[in-house]
Design a protein around this ligand. Structure first.
Ligand code: ZN
Length: 159
């Protein structure tokens, strides 16, 4: 008889998005994303971080202060990184698992790449203009989005 406590696809891919957050150096918001093909093959992963060559130690991680001294001008979001990290050519019909609802900028890239479904975990910025704009674009383009509901399973990985 087969093992009964195996995780389903949603748990597997959200688990990979969650593991990816462990690579982020952002002290306030670590985000991870995992892009999966229509037939459940992992295409790419990403987390929020500074662009290549922009040192995590030299660039600011602050949320407040003078604009150029905050992270917002520099950080590449997890979803965009996952899209840019992909080395293949075919993302049409793919799904993206992300630990946080995508901002409007990542949403544009998601739509343009032909991703057709977003599975997100947290939507704590739902009231911001960025996320409201994101949902408006997703609704217009017919990209589905649904919240992932945790199953309450703890997995401990010893590294
Ligand atoms: Zn974004």
């Amino acid at each position: 008889m087969k093992k009964q406590d195996y995780i389903k696809w949603d748990e597997y891919f959200m688990g990979i998005a969650l593991l990816s957050t462990e690579r982020s150096k952002d002290p306030s918001t670590s985000v991870g994303a995992c892009i999966v093909s229509e037939d459940n093959k992992i295409l790419s992963v990403g987390y929020n971080g500074m662009p290549i060559g922009c040192s995590d130690d030299d660039y600011p991680w602050d949320r407040e202060g003078n604009g150029l001294d905050t992270k917002y001008f520099y950080v590449c979001h997890a979803e965009l990184n996952a899209i840019l990290n992909y080395t293949g050519t075919h993302m049409k019909g793919a799904k993206i698992y992300t630990t946080l609802f995508p901002c409007n900028e990542c949403t544009k890239a998601i739509i343009q790449k032909g991703i057709t479904e977003i599975i997100y975990m947290c939507d704590k910025y739902a009231d911001t203009e960025s996320v409201i704009a994101a949902k408006r674009m997703l609704d217009s383009s017919g990209v589905k989005y649904r919240q992932y509901h945790p199953i309450g399973k703890d997995i401990v990985i010893s590294l």
